[in-house]
Design a protein around this ligand. Structure first.
Ligand code: TYD
Length: 222
């Protein structure tokens, strides 16, 4: 049986993760892997209800942090841990680095409180801390991301925040990368989509996670 592989994807709103995650799911499937494609907050019925609240209802910063961690606990137990135990590739659109970036950097929750919550919520049955094997960070200047978001759909509670919020979120991500650099693949998300895709696949091949060089998927040819 293949060994489970857990990859999370991060970046400020507007950094353009989604198409790449889809492309990667397709690629792993072509290579014979079972793929669990999921997201946070969300991924279970309970966690999706919590997502709705977090994205649309006003609340104070600590409540927000507790809700995203509650959603994560359910998601881990119901979806992520069983998928990894089966040997799946788990591709998760955001995970705990987003909490440190948004609820820590953006909302100003105490970093040490978040670390404590992370330890409780992400404890595996064996007592280890469940972190992704790899985290892909779509790194983008918050000012460029804001321009991209300006043309997007109706904004949620995060997307409607001012530039200063996203600068603080960005710093939160930088801090997480500095604390655990081996786990991260940092991509220059200001490049054209097919160039970002090439960076991503090259990095995964270099780390032995993908075995073949691949075509740029049609959706990323711009
Ligand atoms: P996002 O992943 O960007 O999905 P979509 O593409 O549908 O907008 O939206 C999720 C939002 O939730 C995003 O703004 C970041 C935020 N978020 C947190 O604030 N904390 C977290 O722990 C997570 C996982 C997400």
């Amino acid at each position: 049986m293949a060994q489970g592989l857990f990859i999370s994807f991060e970046g400020i709103d507007g950094a353009g993760k989604s198409t790449h995650i889809q492309g990667l799911a397709e690629l792993f499937r072509q290579q014979g892997r079972q793929v669990s494609l999921t997201r946070e907050p969300g991924g279970t019925a309970l966690a999706e209800s919590l997502r709705e609240m977090v994205l649309h209802q006003p609340m104070d910063p600590l409540t927000e942090a507790l809700l995203v961690f509650a959603a994560r606990r359910d998601h881990l137990q119901q979806v992520i841990e069983p998928a990894l135990a089966r040997g799946d590739v788990v591709l998760c659109d955001r995970y705990t680095d987003a909490t440190f970036a948004y609820q820590g950097g953006g909302r100003g929750n105490d970093w040490d409180v978040l670390i404590q919550l992370e330890r409780w919520v992400q404890a595996t049955p064996a007592g280890a801390l469940r972190q992704p094997d790899l985290t892909v960070w779509f790194r983008l200047d918050p000012a460029i991301a804001a321009q991209r978001l300006a043309d997007a759909r109706v904004p949620d509670r995060f997307e409607s925040q001012p530039l200063g919020f996203f600068q603080a979120v960005h710093q939160g991500y930088e801090r997480r990368v500095q604390l655990d650099p081996q786990r991260f693949i940092t991509l220059d998300a200001s490049l054209q989509r097919h160039q970002v895709w090439q960076q991503l696949t090259r990095e995964l091949i270099g780390r032995g996670k993908l075995s073949i060089m691949v075509q740029v998927p049609p959706a990323l040819q711009s």
